[in-house]
Write a protein that binds this ligand. Structure first.
Ligand SMILES: [Zn+2]
Length: 311
């Protein structure tokens, strides 16, 4: 793509297609920067005035279109056309990036089609979608389609390990996050390693079947953490831990995520049955679901712990 910028052979419409977290938005930004970059070597330098304005979302010749209440409407396309009828403010190019382009309604699609058929000089369209089947073939035929794949958890793990993250933590982050950047951010969050230690301790307490598990939930989690995203992360880690115990019992040790914690895994797994682990994973999933529906946090977690202990 850099070559086509350098030789001024840009398509006037691109469609980036691929799942969430595959890097479509990042690439759209990168391509846009490359188009406007003052160094004009076909790439984005990330440092010049134009690159920085685009990074901050403040470049006058770059427009982002996003669904409003889950729909992209005709007015948004008209608005775009109006903006693009003026001369470019700072260069010969204008770029618009449409996120979730499949969310256009019929009228918006028709308006965009016309715009794509008769593009003003220097205008580049970048459409993004994770649902290419939601776009009409007439739109697709006017775009150069570029497919993106989400990196596998294995690839993410490998990359994080190369960056110095502890193997078990890297694998856990790769399983939970949607993409490399999210996984990297998780690993850099101080509470991530702490959360995992807490999960291992809670599981140990649950096996003891005493009252410690409830105390642990209260003192170590509820008293310190009210952020729903962090609680959800805690439950994701607990789910992974139960899965690891099950994998150990099934003799599938190579699949284990927290593979730097084999000692506690072995110790705990030998005290619990496969059936209880499977039921436990169900209980954790139900709790995750209840909390997304704003169930009471404390009651839900207490209920979960008691169920995990009963098993
Ligand atoms: Zn630049």
């Amino acid at each position: 793509m850099h070559r086509s910028i350098k030789h001024n052979r840009l398509s006037h419409a691109y469609l980036f297609s691929g799942p969430k977290g595959a890097g479509k938005k990042k690439m759209a930004k990168h391509l846009t920067e490359a188009i406007f970059c003052l160094r004009q070597d076909g790439d984005s330098c990330g440092e010049c005035k134009n690159c920085r304005l685009i990074e901050e979302g403040n470049h006058l010749d770059v427009h982002w279109v996003q669904p409003e209440r889950n729909i992209i409407r005709k007015e948004q396309i008209k608005d775009l056309q109006k903006k693009f009828s003026y001369r470019a403010a700072e260069s010969n190019h204008k770029v618009y990036i449409m996120e979730e382009a499949d969310k256009m309604n019929q009228e918006a699609t028709n308006a965009l089609l016309k715009f794509l058929e008769e593009p003003p000089a220097g205008v580049v369209a970048i459409l993004l979608t994770s649902n290419i089947h939601g776009l009409l073939p007439t739109i697709l035929s006017r775009c150069q389609i570029i497919s993106f794949n989400a990196p596998s958890p294995e690839a993410i793990t490998k990359q994080l390990e190369q960056e110095g993250v502890r193997p078990g933590l890297a694998r856990a982050a790769a399983q939970i996050a949607h993409d490399l950047e999210e996984a990297r951010t998780l690993c850099q969050t101080e509470s991530f390693a702490q959360m995992r230690s807490l999960v291992i301790q809670l599981s140990e307490d649950i096996m003891e079947r005493g009252t410690y598990a409830l105390v642990t939930i209260h003192d170590k989690l509820l008293k310190q953490e009210k952020d729903p995203d962090k609680i959800d992360l805690f439950l994701d880690l607990l789910l992974l831990w139960f899965r690891d115990l099950l994998l150990f019992l099934l003799g599938q040790e190579s699949q284990i995520t927290n593979n730097d914690q084999m000692e506690p895994i072995q110790k705990q797994a030998l005290r619990i049955s496969q059936r209880r682990l499977v039921e436990g994973m169900g209980t954790i999933l139900v709790t995750k679901n209840r909390l997304t529906h704003y169930a009471n946090l404390q009651l839900s977690l207490e209920d979960m712990v008691l169920r995990l202990q009963e098993g």
